[in-house]
Design a protein around this ligand. Sequence first.
Ligand code: SF4
Length: 378
Amino acid sequence: MAGIYLHIPFCRQACNYCDFYFITKQNKKDNFVQALLLELELQKNRLDGHEPIETYYFGGGTPSQLSDKHIDDILNILYKWYPIIPGGEITLEANPDDLSPERIRRWKAAGINRLSLGIQSLDEAQLHWMHRAHTAGQALSAVAMCQDAGMTNLTLDLIYGLPKTKPGAWEKQLLWLKDQQVPHFSAYALTLEPRTRLSKEIANGTQAPLEDSEMINCFTILESFIHSTNYEAYEISNFSLPDFRAKHNSAYWSGKPYLGFGPSAHSFISPHRIHTLPDLNSYLTQLINFNQLPPHSIENLTEHDFINEYILTRLRTIEGINLNFLREKYNYDLSKEFPSELQEWNTKGWIQYSEENISLTWKGRLQADGISSSLFKI
Ligand code: SF4
């Protein structure tokens, strides 16, 4: 099944850790939507001959920064040129400070059936430290507001390993989420990305460097929480109740085709990966003035790329790497290429390993990047 991704680059303010493409100027939203509709029309035949479309995903940036009319206009074009299967998953990322009961009802009536809420933390001091635009009170009431409006298919984004996490605070957040019966959540370890406000502040000494111990402590609490609930850790950063896995993101991890629209969006139609330049001005000029596709790069994926991408993404999932798939499709046998490494990681308790499969243990999830890059085909 194919998916459609839309990158909406507007944010109310810049969070200190964020390295996504976003802008905080608010005056180009109408032009952006006009350009996006043109881009959707220009590409309308790109998925001909491919699988039916199962998911739409409004990501960003902050899609809830668009007006409801903008969202209606985009959906109407999507329904027209990229018809989705009945019951397909339509997700909108929204921040708590953009929600109101009326907006949620209107989004639902327009066809949005899943909201991804950028909660990040329920601690006022941590939200302030991250430079988030919402308060803890808004985060707390966001879930109730969605549920009252009949939008029960929710996913929440949380960040852990933040400096000076108060004892018990992270566990309390996880228990709150369970009490609210939130069916899906993503929990990301805070990482330092170059060119973010946080990395500049650490470099100039106004912030202390991040401590691995904070992250590992929260990770251990997360592991205990998952073991004591019926959330499934189906991907390193993604957790769901039964039948609530994210269909859109799962398609990325399974190598399915998808089309991305908007500045900085990626598309994948085998064997090509297309990356639109992360620049709103050139995006607007090219589409509105010339009715041409925005500046983009095209990468021709080689067999090596496919193998390495499979290893990287599948190792992050609960299913792990299917060794027979690699043997049969690419004649690449990890058990013969890396017998001593696999044995060592198995002994250390980082992987579960059989003739058919390699998957990470909880302990191994902390080593995921090192393990997958060691297994790459060079
Ligand atoms: S984390 Fe989300 S809301 Fe914050 S700047 Fe990045 S995209 Fe915008």
